[in-house]
Design a protein around this ligand. Structure first.
Ligand SMILES: N[C@@H](CCC(=O)N[C@@H](CS)C(=O)NCC(=O)O)C(=O)O
Length: 151
């Protein structure tokens, strides 16, 4: 039986979505974030990365959401319901699989971080500077292109 080590508000949803689509039985082990928003130490006992998602499938442990999706597709989509035989379509699917984590996610994380610069738990004395920096990032043509894209 597959176990999904699921951290609240995390990329683990990518894995749950695929398992549902493939109609593969699984169980969920839930983890709560620490006050710091980091994953609890318990996740390091499953995989040294200590992040979610991670799955166990018998003795096999697989971490990294993209790697997990590839593993599940390879092992559990034997009827090729989600895997296209067409090479171009497969390349496209692979592109989007890696784009999500490799290119899109860093921008979304920056957006999240910039959005919090002016708020607690940033010390109140630093919040005005944080807000100014976040505003500067939102102005067209400002600071750097990665900032603009993250808006
Ligand atoms: N590239 C990894 C990222 C894993 C990751 O950063 N997961 C976040 C949740 S979405 C996490 O565990 N955060 C808590 C922490 O970093 O301690 C993946 O795609 O699985």
């Amino acid at each position: 039986m597959i176990t999904v080590h699921h951290l609240e508000q995390s990329r683990s949803h990518r894995v749950l979505w695929l398992l549902e689509e493939l109609e593969v039985p699984y169980q969920i082990k839930r983890y709560q974030r620490e006050a710091s928003m980091l994953a609890p130490e318990a996740l390091k006992k499953v995989h040294p990365l200590g992040k979610s998602p991670v799955i166990t499938d018998g003795n096999q442990v697989v971490a990294e959401s993209g790697a997990i999706l590839s593993y599940l597709e390879g092992k559990y989509d034997s009827e090729q319901r989600l895997t296209s035989l067409d090479e171009q379509a497969r390349l496209q699917a692979n592109y989007w699989l890696h784009y999500a984590e490799g290119s899109l996610m860093p921008l979304l994380v920056m957006k999240l971080v910039f959005g919090r610069l002016g708020k607690a738990p940033v010390p109140w004395l630093l919040r005005p500077a944080g807000r100014r920096w976040a505003r500067a990032c939102r102005r067209p043509g400002s600071i750097s292109s990665w900032c603009r894209i993250a808006r």
